[in-house]
Each structure stands twice: as structure tokens, then as C-alpha cells.
Design a protein around this ligand. Structure first.
Ligand SMILES: [Zn+2]
Length: 336
């Protein structure tokens, strides 16, 4: 009786993703879910120093308000992976996950770390939209703009300005142009863009912890869609094993969305949306994002990613209905 009750409880907790301390937090103490601009710069440069250069931090340009947009690169292997976090300023949790990934991959010389760094080069644009972070809004900061995608008086929605037909230097959304130029210079095999969404259930009524999707623009080459599906399956598996409940994301086809744009430019491009489950679940959500970063890098490094059946992505369940807006929820529900 007690055993079955406990088993049931653990199963219920596992579905929500908060089952064991080892999985619930990436470290033995909580990480800051929203480091300030200054704290982020300090953390990145401390990592560069502690890793003795294994983590290489550089500024890819400045935001409209003059804040640095950082790239942090770890590894020197032939497979190139680009992670992007926080294009939308009020979707913060990919950023601390990136710091943890850089820390565990770069700061140390275990056999595994040295092997991983020899197989992959992982570049992370850590907090692509620092002005939006400071404003705690979705957009960049461009209050005089009349954006087609964005909000007058605030700025552009950066994640609608990756259209490959627009050159970086002509991009009206400054930070999107920085990402385009950085992508072109790095030429990654894999791109994963980390966002956050509101709260939803799956089709069985269980709350989900994240959603993901591959490019849906019809012009993306089938081989590149297949690779994105393989990446999606690996991320789904890792986040599920870490206790998450992950669905497909019902994203649009527009070519200005990073997921589609970098798919159109070739290779694998995936979107991951962490649900905004509230403050008490943020450490678990950071750990979940970290598990996906870790699994994708490892799967690319050991070749297992290439053996995944892309068709398995189609069996990831679709996202269900939104939950009624919970007290304290910050996010406006909007695509990608
Ligand atoms: Zn977003």
C-alpha cells in the first residue's frame, strides 16, 4: 500500500520533472535564473579564465543600447553547434543553462571533457537580446521604429528578422543582424534556439514542461529537415529522461523565424521552448535545457545522433491546450 502510493507519487512527480535533486539542479546550489548584464559578462569572463582559454568569449557586436552581445565558444572539433539563448528578453532560462553547459564542458580536463572538446565546437550566443532582458520584454529596444514584427514604442521582435534574403548589414533588427553575421562566419552544422512559452497541457491533460520543433518552411531541404528531426528526438529523449514532459511546438512557416531561416541556410535547426512554470520550477527548467544541450553535443560527438530515426520526431505528441493564466505568470503567449 505504502509502496504503491509512493510509486504513484514518484511517477506523478516524474511527469512534472522534479524527481531527484541530481536531476532537478545542475549544481549543488541553485543557479541565478536571471543574471544581470554585468553579472553575465563577469560569469563569462570568469569561465574563460578558469577554463584557461577552453571557453573563448568574444563580443559579436552591440545592442541598440550599447550592451555587448556575447559569444562563448568551447571545443575545437569538426562538428559545429550553435546554441542561441534569450532572443526574447523576457524568456530568460536558456541563458543560465548555457552558462552551466559552458562550465561543465569547458572548465575541467576529465577524459570525457577532453574527448567532447576534440569532437565538437559549441558556440553559444548567450542572451542575444540584452536590452530586452533589461526592459523585461520580448522585443529589442528601438522605440522610434514602426516594426512589421514587434511593437511600436518598444522595438523589433528579433525572431522575425532572420530571413536569409535580408543581409545582416541591412537588417533593421540590430541583434538579429548580429546573429545572422555570426552564423555566417561560424557555419554551424546544428543550430538550437532556446525560448520560453506559457503553460500548456498535453492531450491527456498533463502539464508539459517544454515544446520543440524543426523547420516547417516548405523550402527547407528534406535532408536538413531530417537532421533537425534527429536533433529534436535526441533533445526530447534527454529532457524526458530528466523528468520533463515534452511536446511538439505548433510554430509557423515564416522564413524570418530563426528555426526556419537557419534551416533554409542548410543543416539542422531546432527550436526549444521551456514552459514558464513559475519560480519554484526554474531550477528544474534550467536543468532540463542543460540536459538537451548536453545530449545534442554528445550525440553529435559520438555519432549517435546520425543513427536516430527522424520519423520518431513525428511521434512526439502535439502540444495541447493552454492552462488558465496562473498568478504571477509573466509571459504573453506568442509564437516562437
Ligand atoms: Zn521566444
Amino acid at each position: 500500500m505504502i509502496r504503491s502510493t509512493l510509486t504513484g507519487l514518484l511517477a506523478a512527480v516524474a511527469v512534472l520533472g522534479f524527481v531527484s535533486p541530481a536531476q532537478a539542479t545542475p549544481r549543488d546550489r541553485p543557479v541565478d535564473p536571471r543574471p544581470s548584464t554585468a553579472e553575465l559578462a563577469w560569469a563569462l569572463h570568469a569561465l574563460e579564465w578558469r577554463s584557461r582559454g577552453a571557453v573563448d568569449v568574444s563580443e559579436i557586436g552591440k545592442s541598440n543600447q550599447g550592451r555587448p552581445v556575447w559569444s562563448a565558444r568551447v571545443g575545437h572539433g569538426p562538428l559545429r553547434i550553435l546554441y542561441i539563448t534569450q532572443q526574447h528578453g523576457d524568456e530568460p532560462l536558456g541563458t543560465p543553462a548555457a552558462l552551466e553547459f559552458l562550465r561543465e564542458t569547458g572548465a575541467g580536463h576529465s577524459k570525457y571533457q577532453r574527448w567532447l572538446r576534440s569532437q565538437v565546437t559549441v558556440d553559444i550566443i548567450v542572451r542575444a537580446n540584452p536590452d530586452g532582458h533589461e526592459q523585461n520584454w520580448r522585443y529589442n529596444y528601438d522605440p522610434d521604429a514602426q516594426p512589421e514584427y514587434g511593437e511600436a514604442g518598444k522595438g523589433y521582435d528579433i525572431n522575425r528578422y532572420h530571413d536569409p534574403a535580408v543581409a545582416p548589414e541591412d537588417n533593421p533588427a540590430t541583434e538579429a543582424g548580429l546573429i545572422q553575421a555570426h552564423h555566417a562566419g561560424f557555419d554551424p552544422d546544428i543550430v538550437v534556439d532556446y525560448h520560453m512559452q506559457g503553460r500548456y497541457v498535453d492531450h491527456e491533460g498533463r502539464e508539459i514542461t517544454a515544446s520543440l520543433m524543426w523547420p516547417t518552411h516548405p523550402g527547407v531541404a528534406p535532408a536538413d529537415v531530417a537532421l533537425a528531426k534527429q536533433i529534436s528526438v535526441v533533445a526530447h529523449r534527454a529532457m524526458t529522461e530528466a523528468g520533463g514532459n515534452v511536446t511538439q511546438y505548433p510554430g509557423g512557416d515564416y522564413q524570418g523565424i530563426a528555426r526556419n531561416a537557419y534551416g533554409l541556410l542548410g543543416k539542422g535547426s531546432v527550436l526549444i521552448e521551456l514552459s514558464d512554470l513559475g519560480a519554484e520550477h526554474e531550477q528544474a527548467q534550467i536543468a532540463s535545457a542543460l540536459s538537451s544541450m548536453r545530449a545534442i553535443a554528445r550525440g553529435a560527438a559520438d555519432g549517435s545522433l546520425g543513427t536516430v530515426d527522424p520519423g520518431a520526431a513525428e511521434r512526439i505528441p502535439p502540444r495541447g491546450e493552454p492552462l488558465p493564466r496562473a498568478a504571477g505568470a509573466l509571459l504573453v503567449d506568442s509564437a516562437d
